[in-house]
Design a protein. Structure first.
Length: 422
């Protein structure tokens, strides 16, 4: 797996990336996306930005974006995701090409920088939930980048409805979830082939059938989520990347809280054919390590109560009991009353269910001084994590490039049911 390609007068081959300042790593023209199928979790402060390399050099997917202005300052630890995508994405018609952008929900820390990304990159397809439409009556509910996303979604919706038999890259759109707003005149005739709901499997990206490489299983939003706050209308996905018969699974919950995450497991376990899509090799913990995932105040309770059941479910579906939990946040874990995530209580709970070193905060990997993206790869050697901490700590539990063999219930073979929604 490569974070930097080739040599330069600054970087010494064989040296540890952690020994070099962010200035070189982030701004160097040598930066490249991995040459294998991969998932990259970027340090963007407290916010989400995940890049999936589905077909190296051809198909790249972005799940949420947070590009901070201060990231352009080479002295700051956060990474300028858009700048690096522009440098390293494959080209189409001379312009950087992002096959798919997925928005889990329109909070600022998940969509910040979208307007700039849309200007600088050709985006083949967008996925989003109907919440982006529902919020249009309350302009103050959306930040400027969320409004830019909504405008682009509207443009694509109109283009599709004008000529649904001839939808081209750059106009593609998938609306995911149930919502009464889709019955309104503007949306009621939107073609069903561009909609997905919980229980659907999707392996089409920008018009290409990629069932031998990629599949996204839609867990949520549910039909009765529509009136909930933005967090609990988040798109929840289990993504599988394949290389031959080897694969890695990645779980995304957006900013969901305990009741709706537990429901994801309950609903899926009730359908045996879908249980395979509860397993994970890497899980992005919901809402930037919020304690609302496992501490919840039920009606009649005097205070929030720790919910062991959800932690048991997470642990149950960790493939080979070797999964990694990623917290996309600053490393200032606290539990004060009213404090926003990341929460130390949540970190402690997550660390109880994974191996030592398998809970990783993006802002402190491999160190707070010089964070670099977490990169998990999938190849004919299987799912791997080339742990940069191992090269400096010497700790046995952080051994580099540990292969994880297939285990537990597996997704159906690539020959079965791919290339369509079901």
């Amino acid at each position: 797996m490569h974070i930097l390609g080739g040599q330069s007068s600054t970087f010494r081959p064989g040296s540890n990336l952690a020994d070099y300042p962010n200035k070189f790593l982030r701004m160097s023209d040598e930066f490249k996306l991995p040459s294998k199928k991969a998932a990259l979790f970027w340090d963007v402060g407290t916010g989400d930005s995940t890049t999936l390399v589905v077909k190296p050099g051809e198909v790249v997917v972005q799940i949420d974006i947070r590009h901070l202005e201060k990231a352009d300052n080479e002295e700051e630890p956060e990474w300028p995701v858009i700048d690096l995508l522009v440098k390293s994405l494959p080209k189409r018609n001379g312009k950087p090409y992002l096959a798919l952008f997925i928005l889990t929900h329109p909070d600022r820390d998940h969509v910040q920088g979208f307007a700039e990304l849309n200007r600088r990159v050709e985006i083949g397809e967008l996925w989003h939930t109907p919440k982006i439409f529902r919020d249009q009556a309350d302009e103050e509910a959306l930040c400027e980048d969320a409004k830019a996303f909504r405008n682009e979604a509207h443009r694509r919706r109109k283009a599709i409805m004008e000529d649904p038999a001839n939808v081209k890259s750059g106009n593609r759109l998938r609306i995911i979830g149930h919502d009464d707003v889709l019955k309104d005149d503007k949306y009621k005739d939107f073609p069903e082939e561009f909609k997905s709901r919980p229980g659907h499997r999707v392996s089409m990206i920008d018009g290409a059938a990629l069932g031998h490489d990629f599949q996204a299983f839609i867990h949520a939003p549910f039909s009765d989520d529509q009136a909930a706050n933005k967090n609990n209308t988040s798109l929840a996905l289990n993504v599988v990347l394949w290389d031959g018969d080897k694969y890695g699974q990645f779980f995304f919950f957006g900013d969901r809280e305990y009741p709706t995450i537990k429901r994801i497991f309950q609903e899926t376990e009730a359908h045996p054919d879908n249980i395979a899509y509860l397993y994970w090799d890497a899980m992005l913990c919901s809402h930037h390590c919020s304690k609302a995932v496992m501490y919840w105040q039920e009606e009649g309770d005097n205070d929030e109560v720790f919910k062991q059941d959800i932690m048991d479910l997470f642990a149950k579906y960790s493939r080979n009991k070797s999964g990694y939990i990623v917290a996309s946040c600053h490393a200032d874990f606290t539990d004060g009353h009213g404090h926003l995530p990341p929460h130390k209580k949540a970190r402690d709970a997550y660390e109880e269910i994974v191996k030592a070193g398998h809970f990783i905060c993006t802002h402190e990997y491999p160190s707070k001084k010089s964070p670099v993206p977490l990169i998990f790869t999938v190849s004919t050697d299987g799912f791997k994590f080339d742990d940069k901490r191992a090269k400096t700590t010497g700790t046995a539990v952080l051994a580099s490039a540990v292969p994880l063999a297939a285990g537990g219930t597996q997704p159906p073979g690539v020959q079965v049911g791919f290339g369509s929604t079901e």
